[in-house]
Design a protein around this ligand. Structure first.
Ligand code: SF4
Ligand code: SF4
Length: 264
């Protein structure tokens, strides 16, 4: 492909993804995994799918008035919807790339069988956060999530892997995390320990997973407090600091979950 054909094809992919309803899309060449060497090599896309050349990262927003009710069935429903939405969008985009003559598939957005697995082994075979970071969608915050300028960490991610060689997007320079510590302070499990010399806190993923297992049993999974409280993102300006009143959040928690029934 000439450079003009490459640029036109990239625009076509972006148009296709935006038509599917995603909020953000970015492109990372697989060499970025080895260039930055921040995670174990077994997680590099090129070591899992040797033919892969580009990872396309897709993000959809999480609405603040819904996540700010967490833990609640309101947020739980939103979470489940984003999962279906992301997998469907990624499936369709991979199909589109196939029709254009390229190899492509997607890595599903969560990819674990049950929360009981995460309690014992809290990691997935592929990191969408790292992919989105290398694709220029945002930077990684103290709370281990991807922070974006538009939605802070209130995004859900999925990745499409392809052998199409697409010009990568520039990664964001600087850090979006302002190190305010709100995520650390508000975590109900005290799972974060800030580290000297690194913006990313040490995280006890087992503690976080255990809490999620409890919430799942109560039909109000996941937690997401560290995502809800983060002040970064234009969405916080749009909805205001508290997009749901404290009594409104409590009201939502009092309906729909097992916990709500038991507290009646
Ligand atoms: S999801 Fe909840 S329990 Fe897990 S780290 Fe974030 S605030 Fe803590
Ligand atoms: S809450 Fe504050 S410290 Fe935590 S990720 Fe957001 S900006 Fe960083």
């Amino acid at each position: 492909m000439t450079s003009q054909q490459k640029a036109d094809f990239k625009k076509k992919i972006k148009r296709e993804a935006l038509k599917l309803g995603v909020n953000k899309i970015g492109f990372a060449n697989v060499e970025r995994w080895s260039e930055f060497a921040e995670i174990a090599e077994e997680f590099y896309p090129q070591n899992i799918w040797s033919w892969s050349r580009t990872v396309i990262s897709l993000a959809v927003q999480i609405f603040p008035p819904m996540i700010e009710t967490t833990p609640s069935v309101v947020y739980s429903e939103l979470y489940n919807t984003t999962n279906r939405f992301l997998d469907e969008a990624a499936y369709r985009l991979a199909n589109f790339l196939n029709r254009e003559g390229f190899r492509a598939h997607f890595f599903p957005r969560d990819c674990y069988g049950d929360i009981s697995v995460l309690v014992k082994k809290p990691e997935a075979a592929f990191s969408h956060v790292i992919a989105a970071y290398y694709a220029g969608l945002g930077t990684i915050g103290m709370n281990h999530t991807l922070l974006t300028p538009e939605f802070g960490p209130r995004v859900r991610l999925v990745s499409v892997i392809t052998d199409a060689e697409i010009t990568p997007d520039p990664m964001l320079s600087g850090e979006l995390c302002i190190k305010c510590g709100m995520c650390v302070k508000n975590c109900p499990m005290k799972a974060f320990t800030p580290q000297k010399g690194s913006i990313i806190a040490d995280m006890d993923k087992h503690k976080c997973a255990r809490y999620h297992a409890q919430l799942k049993g109560e039909f109000r999974y996941p937690c997401g407090v560290c995502t809800a409280v983060c002040p970064v993102g234009e969405d916080k300006k749009k909805y205001g600091k508290n997009s749901v009143t404290p009594q409104g959040a409590e009201h939502c928690r009092n309906f729909g979950s097992k916990n709500a029934v038991e507290n009646t």
